[in-house]
Design a binder for this molecule. Sequence first.
Ligand SMILES: Nc1ncnc2c1ncn2[C@@H]1O[C@H](COP(=O)(O)OP(=O)(O)OP(=O)(O)O)[C@@H](O)[C@H]1O
Ligand SMILES: [Mg+2]
Length: 361
Amino acid sequence: MQHSVSIRDLSLSFGSVSVLKDLNLDIGEGEFLVLLGSSGCGKSTLLNCIAGLLEPTGGQIFIRDRNVTWEEPKDRGIGMVFQSYALYPQMTVEKNLSFGLKVAGMAKAEIDKRVARAAEILQIGPLLKRKPSALSGGQRQRVAIGRALVRDVDVFLFDEPLSNLDAKLRSELRVEIKRLHQSLKNTMIYVTHDQIEALTLADRIAIMKSGVIQQLADPNTIYNMPRNMFVAGFIGSPSMNFLHGEIVERGGRPAFATNGVDFSLDGYAAGEALQPGRKVVLGVRPEHVKVDEDGAEEAHRATVDIEEPMGADNLLWLKHAGHSMSVRVGGARRFAPGTAVRLSFDMGLASLFDAGTEERI
Ligand SMILES: Nc1ncnc2c1ncn2[C@@H]1O[C@H](COP(=O)(O)OP(=O)(O)OP(=O)(O)O)[C@@H](O)[C@H]1O
Ligand SMILES: [Mg+2]
């Protein structure tokens, strides 16, 4: 398969500080790839290397099999959209869109055609004669996207394009970016620290920590089969519950024991043998904890501590054997604080990690 963007052994240091370390990443033609990670993990640095705004310390970058490592940004066939819209304040929207093309010497008829097309796709036609100061944040960001759109680039690079917008606009524009990708089918590389943006937009997510990709997979795999505890804890809100314990044998089958309480591991698809005595961490998402009100023997009895009704869902905080645990149930299921419930886990959807390496078992 032809890769749209290939990154080979990319390293980047600022002085003695190493930000990216031998990073490898292949992005498919037309793929929507999201770089996700907490602040300072190197997302923008990686994007800026692809864009040609930063020179890597080592390694190479290919766009459509062409080595662009030493090419000027303008020759790479990329368009970049930043968090700060970076529009020319003295120019109208129309001029903001056409300026770059004019400087590049494009014929007026072609410029007009492209501006009209971008305005239609982004629904900014009625705004063309306005200046940026007379636009809302969402409208400004649309114009910023339009500027990349008119250039007819192979690859779009987005660096947190929605983080200056309020929550409602953010979710609206998120849907528009998804629609844009569905209709244009360009390769898009999108940096965010917002897990909802990552899960909703991405074909694949690359989760980064300290300049190293921790897992590269489709959103479903990242959510359900996190490779390590970092990925597991980063994705999901509230976070996955982590219970420290060990593997024990019960009736010839492996079980998970924590604070003297056993839970059968039947249904858990381990990638390797579950040796009794191994110290492990059981990870269970709030929606994979099951609670029943029909009584339980002491060991599996938990108490509802706090209830947080959220409309569609109801979030419970349980206390069990010294642990505090979050549980998501349907909005119609209500539990008064102090209610005793029977606790169990959907092991088929749980994750087991080695307590030492924190890697998935
Ligand atoms: N010009 C620079 N000189 C020195 N260090 C820098 C420079 N630019 C970035 N860094 C450092 O490199 C690391 C990665 O920065 P980067 O901007 O890529 O993070 P990020 O993942 O985009 O974070 P954020 O989500 O906050 O934007 C940070 O620790 C940052 O302090
Ligand atoms: Mg950044």
